[in-house]
Design a binder for this molecule. Structure first.
Ligand SMILES: Nc1nc2c(ncn2[C@@H]2O[C@H](COP(=O)(O)OP(=O)(O)OP(=O)(O)O)[C@@H](O)[C@H]2O)c(=O)[nH]1
Length: 211
């Protein structure tokens, strides 16, 4: 099937059509880069060989009711539901992207936070390229657990160098700025320890920031 058929119907906010050219002036930390022509040609040719379809597996982990399913729903459906429905075992969504014309299917495995489903959920960590540990920014205990959840997922995934994110949820509910600053500071330390990028967000408003 031609690649264009696989990228049809992907919404424009899921399409990335341009990156900085490789080994160019703007993508180098050296102000006067001087690359061999053979290096530039090799790297450009690598980019021109497009794979037909890429699959990226993402798992969401974290305590009960920290907002994992709400995050998946916000990402895939741009909606929010105030009613809490506990995940039973694991839920699954697929979000399609087009990156430089290559179709990418992001598989989102939303695992249950309840201890009794833990062994079911853990079976889905295998092969995860992306691990997102979620905690509730209003509950410091869930931050401690998020570190544990991430480490457990890391022990099970077989993917090389998975990308790790630590996500603080329910930012809209924060009222006390002092405790907010404290939890953010602690989250940054935890993120560093587990090699994660730290984001804070609200699935209710859709606002997010990379800290
Ligand atoms: N105000 C607010 N409420 C949120 C936010 N995210 C989630 N919630 C609420 O928190 C509750 C739990 O959210 P879920 O997304 O179901 O939590 P979960 O982590 O998937 O829970 P489990 O499936 O039990 O593991 C629900 O009532 C959500 O509406 C947020 O950003 N802001």
């Amino acid at each position: 099937m031609p690649i264009s058929n696989l990228t049809n119907g992907i919404s424009s906010d899921r399409k990335i059509d341009q990156f900085e050219p490789p080994y160019g002036y703007l993508s180098s930390i050296d102000p006067f880069p001087c690359f061999e022509e053979s290096v530039i040609n090799y790297s450009t040719n690598q980019r021109n060989q497009k794979p037909s379809n890429l699959i990226c597996k993402l798992v969401l982990v974290g305590d009960v009711a920290v907002g994992k399913s709400s995050l998946a729903t916000r990402l895939c459906h741009k909606t929010f539901d105030r009613n809490y429905k506990a995940t039973i075992g694991v839920d699954f969504e697929v979000e399609r992207f087009s990156i430089l014309g290559v179709p990418v299917s992001l598989q989102i495995w939303d695992t249950a936070g309840q201890e009794r489903f833990k062994c079911i959920a853990a079976a889905y960590y295998r092969g995860a390229h992306v691990i997102i540990g979620v905690f509730d920014m209003n509950d410091i205990d869930t931050l401690k657990s998020a570190e544990r959840w991430i480490n457990e997922a890391l022990q099970t995934t077989t993917a090389d160098n998975p990308l790790i994110f630590l996500v603080g949820s329910k930012r809209d509910l924060i009222t006390d700025n002092t405790s907010h600053a404290k939890i953010e500071q602690t989250a940054r330390i935890v993120a560093k320890r587990v090699n994660a990028e730290f984001w804070s967000l609200s699935s209710l408003t859709g606002k997010h920031s990379n800290l």
